[in-house]
Design a protein around this ligand. Structure first.
Ligand SMILES: C[S@@+](CC[C@H](N)C(=O)[O-])C[C@H]1O[C@@H](n2cnc3c(N)ncnc32)[C@H](O)[C@@H]1O
Length: 344
């Protein structure tokens, strides 16, 4: 199922008829997110702001879910069909909608938790319009009390507002099988996740994304850089136009996604790596900085991939791929201490 802009417009808590007004509101939200951080919660305070958030941010956030989901193992994906899905800081229902579009055959319950009543009102209108089953959806300012069912605890652009200590309390209370973060690609988000992941490992969670082989150390932990993914996506025409009008690039979106699971241990027989960043390519090869963790290669490596090993159409795809892919590989040659030539 795909995002349908008309359905979104029809379900706004307060329709915004003039494009100029929509642009002004989106610019105001953008400003509150980036410059005036003390006003960060102001996008939830009135109906028009919530409608503008939904029109622009929900629409451009939803595709990020598919990008990360596609990189999980089949066994892990299967759990998403059955486990209840708690979207903490759901806003207008962004990632319940993303989950619903991705997994229409879902058999569990959805819980959207948000401190803003207006956001919950918006989530309810939008999700019913999209056909989410009324009996399986609960929207509230509190997480569910029933602890007997297996669940996924999801945070989409909300851990940075909720903070690590509240996260730890919520996790302890709910004891989910899966914890999934999909946060902005900033250093602040990276530090928040590093802060909570120690405890996740102590509680028997395994990292399924992004760390290769379920790595429990982080090679980027003490550096000035931070590990993140960069998702490249072309939206529908109307959203593309809106991006230009509000001067916000939502085609190249830095994000930090992490997925931890207790139910499935991480084992990998194949050599697995995680692309940390794309480096400048040469005439003959692509170059990536990658994170590796296996008996032979462990740490941050520079790898090169010969272009001659790719077909014309593969080369085209390689130029556009998002940063942050997990991949299996073979080593063709060790070129230096932390430098390899590989093939995929
Ligand atoms: C940036 S929005 C993200 C909305 C949605 N997840 C998305 O990515 O489009 C953050 C949401 O977290 C909610 N929030 C912030 N602090 C919260 C708290 N302590 N409890 C519940 N929700 C909270 C806000 O009301 C807001 O709707």
């Amino acid at each position: 199922m795909e995002l349908d802009l008309d359905l979104i417009k029809e379900s706004l808590v307060e329709p915004i008829r003039k494009e100029s007004e929509l642009i002004k509101l989106i610019k105001q939200i953008k400003n509150n997110f980036t410059v005036e951080r003390d006003k960060i919660d102001q996008y939830c305070l009135d109906q028009k702001m919530v409608s503008a958030y939904t029109t622009f941010y929900l629409t451009t956030n939803v595709p990020k879910f598919s990008f990360v989901f596609a990189q999980l193992s089949e066994k892990l994906k299967n759990l998403f069909q059955e486990y209840d899905f708690i979207d903490f800081g759901t806003g207008p229902g962004t990632y319940i909608l993303a989950h619903h579009l991705q997994i229409p055959e879902f058999k569990g319950n959805y819980y959207g938790v948000d401190a803003s009543e207006l956001m919950l009102k918006q989530a309810s209108k939008l999700l019913f319009k999209y056909g989410v089953n009324k009996e399986s959806l609960s929207l509230s300012s509190e997480p569910p009390k029933d602890n007997s069912k297996k669940k996924i605890l999801f945070f989409g652009n909300s851990l940075n507002e909720i903070g690590p200590s509240l996260f730890k309390r919520i996790r302890n209370e709910l004891d989910p099988e899966i914890v999934f973060f999909l946060e902005p690609g900033t250093k602040e988000s990276f530090n928040n996740i590093l802060n909570v992941r120690e405890e996740l490992f102590q509680k028997d969670y395994h990292c399924h994304f992004p760390c290769p082989s379920g790595l429990t150390r982080c090679f980027m932990g003490n550096s000035d850089n931070w590990c993140h993914q960069v998702f490249r996506h072309i939206h529908d025409e109307e959203t593309q136009r809106l991006c230009q009008l509000v001067q916000l690039d939502r085609n190249v979106m830095p994000l930090i996604a992490h997925v931890y699971c207790k139910a499935l241990k991480r084992t990998s027989e194949k050599l697995e790596g995680f692309m940390v960043r794309r480096l400048k390519e040469s005439k003959h090869s692509f170059k990536w900085q990658v994170c590796l963790d296996n008996i032979k290669y462990s740490g941050l490596f520079e790898v090169e991939l010969h272009k001659k090993n790719f077909s014309k159409s593969e080369l085209k795809k390689m130029k556009k791929i998002s940063t942050g892919l997990k991949f299996n590989f073979q080593v063709e040659k060790q070129l230096g201490d932390k430098k390899l030539r590989i093939s995929l």
